[in-house]
Design a protein around this ligand. Structure first.
Ligand SMILES: *Cc1c(COP(=O)(O)O)cnc(C)c1O
Length: 432
């Protein structure tokens, strides 16, 4: 039988609205708390840090949010992204499972992060904000912000975890090429960074520290705001373009996913592909399973505690009710730097607590092996983060083979790994 490989949509099918799952959750997330008073905070309390419209979206319970026309226009550069039948991978595994992936690696910066970077820069620029700050782990979020900030003509300072700054120099150059200022965290450019360096001059940084520095600079600069690439509700909202497109594309295939799989850092690509399908579990009695692939070195959903915790290391952010390994948790320097975040965010954590999604920790040697299997069978070298999703897909597809089940698996290819080749080399040389 001939298998159709690629399912593409015309530009006119780019969604016109983002989907907010809060509207349909059986138990709503618990409120964010003010770190000082421990009272629930409101959108207005966040407007000093985030653009007004983003603060509003953060607290929204509306089911649908209009995507501004300027944002849709920029989405056309790379959206709708293709849905691909992974027939090569199916063959390599000799599995009866049908495997599909949504290819978010086709964005100009090679990951799904641009979906929200464009939206965040748009709302800030529209409000007249002239300067933005942010943090970045491996550099994918910083690169996406650099493109979007340049387009909307706002300045950008990116605080990059020093370990990635040193080991992944090309992403730093990508950001500078688009015109962003890049600082290695801990940096001498903020009070917090200087304090960390005074205690430990050799510190290689963490995402939590980078957030602390970026927040400090935004708060102390004129007409500036801070932006975050994952975890927050408005970020997950923007990423639902992935799943909304995938829904239409799955219809074209004639299959419906029994399992939806994505890697999990702060939850944005997992939520982006999952939530539009999860709504059919809530509203139409579908029984799809949603499976997050976490790094064994930072398994917040699988091994963390559900409690109120800070989003950053210093304790500047609101308290978030979430699965967390602790805001001062310092994960090992695994190559999937985008997955080294300590918490699972408000919405995803509530869904996990209610047993509506699942999580699986996976060691990076298994994930790189999966990445190589995928590269050799599908021709795309996946980002180290995305290899976690692929490893879980392979586990499930091999179970299907053992049990003779032809279920449908959909996963999100969150990015390509062409700027992560040093990590692949270490794996192939047996140095992981
Ligand atoms: C940032 C990143 C991730 C992890 O972030 P989520 O918010 O969990 O999606 C995963 N894959 C890639 C390619 C990334 O850049």
């Amino acid at each position: 039988m001939k298998v159709t490989k690629k399912f593409t949509l015309p530009e006119s099918e780019i969604p016109t609205q983002w989907y907010n799952i809060v509207a349909d959750m059986p138990n709503k997330p618990q409120p964010l708390l003010h770190p000082g008073t421990r009272k629930p905070i409101k959108a207005e309390d966040m407007e000093g840090l985030f653009a007004k419209e983003l603060a509003k979206q953060e607290f929204s319970t509306e089911r649908w949010h209009e995507i501004p026309e300027d944002v849709r226009t920029l989405y056309k550069i790379y959206r709708p992204s293709p849905l691909v039948r992974a027939s090569g991978l199916e063959k390599a595994l000799n599995t009866p499972a049908k495997i599909y992936f949504k290819n978010e690696s086709v964005s100009p910066v090679g990951s799904h992060k641009l979906n929200t970077a464009i939206a965040q820069c748009y709302y800030n620029a529209e409000q007249g904000i002239t300067h933005l700050t942010t943090e970045t782990g491996a550099g994918q979020w910083g690169s996406a912000m650099a493109v979007a900030a340049r387009h909307f003509k706002v300045g950008l300072d990116v605080f990059m975890v020093k370990n990635s700054y040193n080991t992944k120099p090309y992403r730093k150059i990508v950001m500078r090429t688009y015109g962003a200022n890049v600082h290695a965290v801990p940096s001498p450019d903020t009070e917090y960074g200087r304090a960390v360096l005074a205690k430990d001059p050799t510190c290689l940084g963490s995402l939590g520290m980078a957030i602390s520095e970026a927040v400090e600079m935004a708060v102390h600069s004129d007409n500036a705001r801070y932006t975050l690439g994952s975890v927050l509700n408005h970020v997950l909202l923007h990423q639902t373009v992935i799943g909304l497109e995938a829904e239409k594309q799955m219809e074209m295939t004639g299959d419906y996913p029994d399992k939806v799989i994505a890697c999990f850092g702060g939850g944005s690509n997992f939520s982006g592909i999952s939530f539009p399908f999860l709504r059919h579990n809530f509203l139409d009695g579908k029984k799809t399973r949603f499976m997050a692939a976490e790094p064994a070195a930072c398994p917040k959903l699988s091994c963390g505690k559900f409690e109120y915790d800070f989003g950053d290391t210093e304790g500047l952010t609101p308290l978030i009710p979430m699965y967390t390994l602790g805001h001062d948790f310092q994960p090992a320097q695994i190559h999937a730097a985008g997955l080294r975040y300590h918490g699972g965010g408000q919405i995803v954590s509530q869904l996990k607590k209610d047993g509506l999604i699942e999580s699986y920790p996976i060691d990076q040697r298994e994930t790189f092996a999966a990445g190589i299997t995928f590269a050799q069978s599908e021709g795309i070298i996946p980002a180290p983060e995305s290899t976690h999703a692929i490893a879980l897909v392979i586990r499930e597809a091999l179970k299907d083979k053992a049990e003779g089940r032809d279920e449908t698996i959909l996963f999100n290819l969150s990015g390509h790994g062409l700027l992560d080749m040093a990590a692949y080399e270490q794996y192939m040389d047996g140095k992981l």
